[in-house]
Design a binder for this molecule. Structure first.
Ligand code: PLI
Length: 460
């Protein structure tokens, strides 16, 4: 991790402000009960500092807002689509582009196009929506991430790496024909925002080439991953983030993108591919699920903001401050002895709820409980990333019991200041001090799909 010797400040100044609500403990208690102890079900008006997600919560730049005014809202062939296509080709190097309303729209398309019932999709840990679409298309997910990723205490710098022996075992067991692609995320959200190394990706490319297997890249946080490669991987320190991003993409065959993260927009995503056949099929199917292939569910102005945001996302000053702010919060918590996933991730700090609340069994949802308690303390909203998010095995119906039972403090891009981070750290410390008095939750309502979004709980 780069050592921060000098104080740093955000590389922007504030031109417009959005007031936020301050609430009393009694108001928060009532709001939490009303929300079934699920932070997804809180009204954002009842939230003070919103660290639920970094998805769609970024502050756009003045240039992006200016771009919004240049929206060409034609149904077909909007000029903003061509700007976006140019940006995707220039910064990411993929040949063909299909815009979608957000990342999961692209996941739906690629899963429907490439996965047949009975197929297996290996990946560097699952992501909720990605795996759900793979399963809806009849596939099953196989976890091939390195063991260190499942150990919150391991300080291995590239916990997003693929264990090539695990992939070889999947190939040996099922045969390459049953593997439509390997799904690689930069960075790995569910592991705590951990990067994959360039060397590992090159080794993966060599192995998949040998077996004729594609790599599909979940490039949601690729610039953050590239920043970590620059600072942690030998021989990469003199390269620009922009250059590393291009190389990462060049090692893969196509990508799904949630532009709501790295690309600094409030809505939008895309599917990109280098294969003409895949592009043609996606262009056919996108009209059923998203919209015409030159807008994919987005307004022209959204595509313009995305095109500009992609360029800003690989700027050295931007990415240093973005990851730097997360490191600032993480280091404050480490200094205070709070158990967090190490190393600190790039988009958020992940509390280790099993270590934070060792007396709460996983069946009583320690991470869900901790997220609720954090909200009660000061109105900071966070997200469970543990047994509730993991869901159930579709064959056996049993709960997945993930090693990692985490609460994610996700930092939106360019939204909060370091002072907000100080307030968050103080609140976590207060909850930690009274942790012995905290009991778990029981689930009283469970939706069929992606249950973490709408599940409801009661105090045990
Ligand atoms: O929320 P979408 O549909 O634009 O993107 C789905 C998605 C795909 N991959 C990864 C790695 C994600 O993190 C992701 C969405 N993440 C959310 C919403 C999050 O809060 O982390």
């Amino acid at each position: 991790m780069p050592i921060q010797r000098e104080p740093w400040a955000e590389p922007y100044k504030i031109k417009m402000v959005e007031p936020i609500t301050m609430t009393t403990p009694a108001q928060r208690e009532a709001a939490l009960k009303e929300a079934g102890y699920n932070t997804f079900l809180l009204h954002s008006d009842d939230v003070y500092i919103d660290l639920l997600t970094d998805s769609g919560t970024s502050a756009m730049s003045d240039r992006q807002w200016a771009g919004m005014m240049l929206g060409d809202e034609a149904y077909a062939g909007s000029r903003n689509f061509y700007h976006l296509e140019e940006a995707v080709q220039k910064y990411y190097g993929y040949k063909h582009l299909i815009p979608t309303h957000q990342g999961r729209g692209a996941e739906n398309l690629i899963s429907r196009i490439l996965i047949k019932p009975g197929d297996v999709v290996p990946g560097n840990m699952y992501f909720t929506t990605t795996r759900a679409h793979q399963e809806l298309a009849g596939g099953s997910f196989a976890d091939i991430i390195v063991d260190e990723a499942h150990d919150a205490k391991s300080t291995f710098p590239f916990k997003g790496n693929v264990d090539l022996k695990k992939l070889q075992a999947v190939i040996d067991q099922h045969g390459a024909k049953k593997i439509p692609y390997v799904s690689i995320a930069t960075t790995v959200n569910m592991a705590g925002g951990q990067p994959i190394s360039l060397q590992n990706l090159k080794d993966l490319r060599a192995l998949t080439n040998k077996h004729g297997i594609r790599i599909i890249h979940d490039m949601t946080r690729v610039a953050e991953n590239a920043y970590m490669i620059k600072h942690l991987e030998k021989g990469q320190e003199h390269r620009s983030v922009q250059d590393i991003v291009l190389e990462i993409c060049s090692l893969t065959d196509g990508a799904t993108m949630s532009a709501k993260k790295d690309a600094l927009v409030n809505i939008g995503g895309f599917l990109a591919t280098n294969e003409w056949d895949v592009f043609e099929e996606a262009r056919n199917q996108v009209v059923l699920y998203e919209g015409l292939h030159t807008y994919g569910g987005l307004a022209g102005r959204d595509m313009e903001a995305m095109a500009i945001g992609i360029g800003e996302s690989v700027g050295e000053d931007h990415i240093r401050a973005r990851v730097g702010q997360v490191l600032y919060l993480g280091n404050k918590l480490i200094e205070a002895g709070i158990p967090i996933v190490l190393p600190i991730g790039t988009h958020g700090v992940f509390l280790d709820a099993k270590a934070f609340l060792p007396h709460v069994p996983q069946t009583a949802y320690p991470a869900q409980t901790l997220a609720a308690e954090l909200y009660l303390d000061a109105g900071v909203r966070t997200m469970e990333r543990g047994v509730v998010s993991a869901g159930r095995n579709k064959e056996t119906g049993e709960d997945y019991m993930p090693e990692l039972e985490l609460v994610r403090l996700t930092v939106p891009r360019r939204v909060y200041t370091q002072a907000h981070m100080d307030v968050v750290a103080a609140s976590v410390l207060r909850v930690h001090e009274r942790r012995a008095s905290i009991t778990g939750l029981k689930m009283v309502y469970e939706p069929k799909y992606l249950r973490f979004f709408q599940a409801r709980f009661e105090k045990i």
